[in-house]
Each structure stands twice: as structure tokens, then as C-alpha cells.
Design a protein around this ligand. Structure first.
Ligand code: G6P
Length: 621
């Protein structure tokens, strides 16, 4: 989704804006632009279609547009095709107001018509140009200053926005407004920064403010002032970003995705470590305790629950599918899993004892946020599993379980997915302990096993060259199918998504038992079918499905546990994962599938970290 960067301070703005935008490239974009202002002089506006490189070349790395105050933008097209005209910033004709925007203004057509009636001309097809010109309209009509003009605009527009605006009459100041789209403000003495995400400003400061919904701020050399919709000044606490700037660099890997695949043992270990405590009991044995008090959930509340609904999008939804199998196995709670985009619009039976768990890496996905709000409105308790601290979902949910995956840059999630899996295992064990469906000794064994996952993931990663070799043979595949049962089906969903999103190969995941109801007709000689069979109780069933596929010419890749060597008699290529508690196999089995997607994308020469049309964080509907 679109990325916003703004800077005002003592240094040249354009290079800082370009650098910041480059750190937001992961969000996905198709054009970019800058507006920079040298004190009282008129602002200079430069835009370019395509990669940031083009914008950088056009401005000589920012050197050709001097000035100490500016706003920049990477655009992911929603209203209007990718083009220089549609790229941001957009400005009123006399440059009174220049702005960039992330989000969607839903009533833009109606506002556009109104502004046309008031003599405004529109050059682009964007809703952003409407928002900027509406600010200009109120600014000139009421003549009461930028904050008031922004507040009037915010009352009038429907939808989501993060806006950064410069006013010609207020040099060296940037004004921002926010509703439902991510925006953070960084500060370092005389220098202020605004951005859609932390990596854009991490090089310059770790001190940030989180601007809330329906709030505005003024950034200037003197500092940052926040305002509510009434224009009253509001106080904001300063927060400190703890992660290291190097986490947003590739660290010797060719792509962020590969770096993040290799960071999974650490993401898993950190997430476990944040809630699992080890103690020695009187016999000298290790006793593991889960301490989820950080979520703020009380044990009484857990005992009271009647059911769980997991709501999420994309890979986080696939974690939800795994959570269903694990939680129903370890507790007496019925669990359903819903796509947030469906949940938000359908009639849901309100059950005040149903816990709604929203899973989201970014904590900003528009559909997941809307689903969370709906659940809250209906009086259902909510718990968010979120990676980005201070994100909207984390702030609005009743309870939060933070995954400690660290910042994830590649569009295709890997380490955040793995950390989310850990979070759902821990919740299931904890709920089971509290509700008496998991014995302490069993929980202890599971937690001891969970502690071994980071090393086991590392062992799976050691097999990467074989997977690379196999992937290189299949880079021309047209269709790939993934089949599995139970938890293996949940893994198939993720494996298939990893493959299609970055290698652009059509792939589908099917519950193996569903094959006969249609999919099997798509199997031709040589069609690659990836068969995941890590669950002992379902192994034979899945193997039967493999045989059916094989006898119709399918080319079989098996993914199973060490020891199940008979699979080599059926599949042409087999990948093994170490044995673990059956509830945790997804954590190991997903690794080869991530590697497959990665290597296929590389073999096809594609942009692994920034696949076409996709965005890291989908902050619009
Ligand atoms: C996008 C990303 C996916 C992610 C999904 C949900 O589609 O490309 O990797 O799983 O959004 O994002 P969230 O931030 O809510 O986990």
C-alpha cells in the first residue's frame, strides 16, 4: 500500500525523503513523488512512474530540489492507473495546499462534484486530489488556519486516510491527519519526521509518537503538536523503538525474504521466550510455565469462554486454520476461522462469551481492523496476535499477544507467520491448562518440545540446496497442487500462497480428501503435486490420495517426517522434517515450502521481495 514520508528540520529534505521511501518500497507501489520546499520559496514537485530509482534519477538523488521541508509518497494504485499524473503529491492550482495520502476516500465522487461546482479542476483520477482540494477549499473559505481546514475535511470525508500536507502560507511546517491508515511521527531535536512505518525513519530517530484516529499534528523545527478534531491540543507520550536499524537491512542476503526465512529460529525463540519461563522443580527437572499475563487476559475470563472465532487475512488466516486444529485438539472450545473481509460484512450471532482472535503481522490490515471493531461493537471479547507494536489492531483490541518476529520487510511473510504459529500453540496450551483439558505434565512435555523448534527449523534450512535444485527444474510449471489433511492442509494453504504470490505460478491447496470431488480432473501427466503428510493418524489416507494422483500422471513431491522413508516408493522427490509434537509440525513443514516459493521466484528472475500488484500491508479494502 502507499507509503508516506515527511521531513522538516535542519538538513536537506529530498535525500531524507528518498531514503525513507526506499525503506517503504516493501509495501508495494507503482509510482512515487516528492514535494520539497526551501523556506518561503514555492515548493517544487517531482513525480515519476515506476520504481523509486526513476524519481531519484530525475532529482539527482534529491540534490536538484533543495529545501528543508518536504513530503514524499510511493503510490499503490487504487483510484486511477499507475501514471505520473495520478502519482502523489497532489496540489491545489495555486500550490496553497500540497498533500500525500494513504487510504481510500469513499465519498470522493460526491466531494469531487461539489468541488467542481465551486470551480475546482481535477487533473488526476485519484481520491487524493479530491482530499487535497477539499482541504484547500475549507482553508480558503474559513480562513482559520491549517488545523481547522484539516478538521473540517476530516468531518466531511468517509473512508480511511493518513494525510501529510504542506500549506504555502506556513513554510517549514507539515500537517498530518489520520484515520485508520498507519502513520507514525518521529522526533529528534529540531528535526521531525512522519512516515507510514518505522523503517523509513529508523536511521534518524527511535523516538516516536503514535498518532491516534481522528487526530492531527503539526510538525516544525520547534517540535510536534497534536490536536483532536475540535482543534484542542492533546498530549502524547513519546515511545522508544527498541529494534536495531540493521534489522531493516538485507544483512548479506540477496533478498529480504531469504534473510527473514533464516531469521525464523530467532523469531520463534523470542516469541516463546517472551511468555514461557523455565524453573527447576524439587526433583531438579525443568518445569515450564506459561505466563500470558502480558495479554491482560484473566484465567476466569478463559474459563467462561464458550467458543473462539479466529479472524484474519492472507497468511495470518492460514495460521488461523492451524489454530483451529490445535486448539480444538487441546481444549474443549469449538473454534471457527473466518476471513476478515467476510466476517466484517456478514451477520454474526453475538455471543459475549466468544473470544474473537484477530491475527495480523502489521496490525493495520483494513479488513482485520474492521472485523475487530465489529466484534467489539457486538460485545465480544477480543484478543489480537500482532507483530507491530503500537499498530491500530494492537491498540484497539482488548488483549494483545505480541509476536516477537521483528520487522518484516518482504511482502511474502515468513518469520511473522512462524511467530504467529507459536502464539496460537501457546494460547491453546494455556487455555487447555486453565480449562483443565491439558494436564500439567503434558503441557510441560509440549513446552519442552517447543523449545527445540528453533534448532529443528535450522536443520530443515540445511536442506535448502536440494530444494533449490528441485525448484529450478519446475520454474516452467503452469499449475501446482498442494494436498494434505488436517494440520497438513493448513500447511498446504500457506505453501500454495507462498508459491503463487512470488513465483506467479498458479497453485491451489486442497484437503486431500476433496481431490476426488473435482480437482483430480486437472491432474495431467507431469503436473506437480506437493503432498504434505506429517500427521501419523492421517498418513495412510494421504498416501492413498498420492497414489491416486500418481496413477494419473501427477509428478509427486512428498513432505513428511524422518522415518517415513516408504514415501520414496511413491513420490519422485521427498523432503523430510525432524519429528516433533504433532501439534507443531506446521512450524517445520512450512519451511521447505517457503524455500520452494523463494527459489522458484529466483529461478524465474522475478522481484522476490516486491511481487507485482501485492502490498505488504493492505490498509485499504
Ligand atoms: C498481505 C501480505 C500477507 C499477509 C496479509 C495479512 O496480503 O502480503 O503476507 O499475510 O496481507 O497481513 P497482516 O499484516 O494482517 O498479517
Amino acid at each position: 500500500m502507499c507509503g508516506i514520508v515527511g521531513y522538516v528540520g535542519t538538513s536537506q529534505a529530498a535525500p531524507i525523503l528518498l531514503e525513507g521511501l526506499s525503506k517503504l518500497e516493501y509495501r508495494g507501489y507503482d509510482s512515487a513523488g516528492l514535494a520539497v520546499r526551501d523556506h518561503e520559496k514555492d515548493p517544487v514537485l517531482v513525480k515519476a512512474k515506476g520504481r523509486l530509482k526513476v524519481l531519484s534519477e530525475k532529482t539527482d538523488g534529491g540534490r536538484s530540489i533543495p529545501g528543508f521541508c518536504g513530503i514524499g509518497h510511493t503510490r499503490w494504485a487504487t483510484h486511477g492507473e499507475p501514471s505520473e499524473t495520478n502519482a502523489h503529491p497532489h496540489a491545489s492550482d495555486d500550490f496553497s495546499v500540497i498533500g500525500v495520502h494513504n487510504g481510500i476516500i469513499e465519498n470522493y465522487q460526491e466531494l469531487r462534484d461539489k468541488l467542481i461546482r465551486h470551480g475546482y479542476t481535477f487533473y488526476s483520477q485519484t481520491d487524493t486530489e479530491v482530499a487535497v482540494k477539499l482541504v484547500d477549499y475549507y482553508y480558503k473559505k474559513y480562513k482559520v488556519g491549517p488545523i481547522d481546514a484539516l478538521a473540517k475535511t476530516m468531518v466531511r470525508v468517509r473512508g480511511s486516510y493518513a494525510l501529510a500536507v504542506m500549506f504555502r502560507d506556513y513554510p517549514d511546517e507539515i500537517y498530518v491527519a489520520r484515520k485508520d491508515s498507519p502513520l507514525i511521527i518521529g522526533t529528534a531535536g529540531d528535526n521531525q519526521y512522519v512516515a507510514s512505518d518505522v523503517p523509513a525513519i529508523l536511521k534518524y530517530t527511535r523516538d516516536v509518537y503514535y498518532i491516534d484516529n481522528l487526530e492531527m499534528a503539526r510538525l516544525s523545527g520547534e517540535g510536534v503538536t497534536f490536536f483532536n478534531l475540535d482543534g484542542d491540543v492533546v498530549d502524547k507520550p513519546l515511545s522508544r523503538i527498541e529494534w536495531d536499524a540493521s534489522v531493516a537491512e538485507k544483512g548479506g542476503f540477496e533478498h529480504f525474504m531469504m534473510k527473514e526465512i533464516h531469521e525464523q529460529p530467532e523469531a520463534v525463540r523470542n516469541t516463546i521466550g517472551s511468555v514461557v519461563r523455565e524453573e527447576k522443580n524439587e526433583k531438579g527437572e525443568t518445569d515450564y510455565q506459561i505466563d500470558l499475563s502480558q495479554t491482560g487476559m484473566e484465567e476466569d475470563e478463559i474459563r467462561e469462554l464458550s467458543q473462539i472465532c479466529v479472524v484474519a487475512c492472507g497468511s495470518a488466516y492460514h495460521v488461523g486454520v492451524a489454530a483451529q486444529y490445535v486448539t480444538e485438539d487441546l481444549t474443549d472450545l469449538p473454534v471457527r476461522v473466518e476471513l476478515a473481509s467476510e466476517f466484517r460484512y456478514r451477520r454474526v450471532m453475538a455471543d459475549p462469551k466468544e473470544l474473537v482472535i484477530v491475527i495480523s503481522q502489521s496490525g493495520e490490515t483494513a479488513d482485520s481492523l474492521a472485523a475487530l471493531r465489529k466484534a467489539k461493537d457486538m460485545g465480544m471479547p477480543t484478543l489480537a496476535i500482532v507483530n507491530v507494536v503500537g499498530s491500530s489492531i494492537a491498540r484497539e483490541a482488548d488483549h494483545v499477544f505480541y509476536t516477537l518476529a521483528g520487522p518484516e520487510i518482504a511482502v511474502a511473510t515468513t518469520k511473522a507467520y512462524s511467530a504467529q504459529l507459536i502464539a496460537v500453540y501457546l494460547l491453546a496450551i494455556w487455555f487447555g491448562l486453565v480449562r483443565g483439558t491439558v494436564a500439567h505434565a503434558d503441557a510441560n512435555n509440549m513446552l519442552a518440545e517447543m523449545e527445540l523448534l528453533p534448532d529443528k527449523i535450522r536443520r530443515v534450512l540445511e536442506d535448502q540446496e536440494r530444494i533449490q535444485w528441485f525448484a529450478s527444474k519446475y520454474s516452467n510449471a503452469k499449475d501446482v497442487f498442494f494436498i494434505g489433511r488436517g494440520l497438513d492442509y493448513a500447511i498446504c494453504l500457506e505453501g500454495s500462497l507462498k508459491m503463487k504470490e512470488i513465483s506467479y505460478i498458479h497453485s491451489e491447496a486442497y484437503a486431500a480428501g476433496e481431490l476426488k470431488h473435482g480437482t483430480i480432473s486437472l491432474i495431467e501427466k507431469g503436473t506437480l503435486v506437493v503432498c504434505v503428510a506429517t500427521q501419523d493418524d492421517l498418513y495412510e489416507k494421504t498416501v492413498s490420495n498420492m497414489v491416486e494422483v500418481g496413477s494419473r500422471g501427477g509428478f509427486l513431491m512428498g513432505l513428511t517426517k524422518y522415518g517415513k522413508y516408504a514415501m520414496e516408493d511413491i513420490a519422485e522427490f521427498v523432503v523430510y522434517i525432524p519429528r516433533t509434537d504433532p501439534h507443531f509440525t506446521a512450524s517445520l513443514a512450512v519451511i521447505p515450502l517457503q524455500l520452494m516459493g523463494y527459489y522458484l521466484s529466483c529461478a524465474k528472475g522475478l522481484d522476490v521481495d516486491k511481487p507485482r500488484n501485492l502490498a505488504k500491508s493492505v490498509t485499504v479494502e
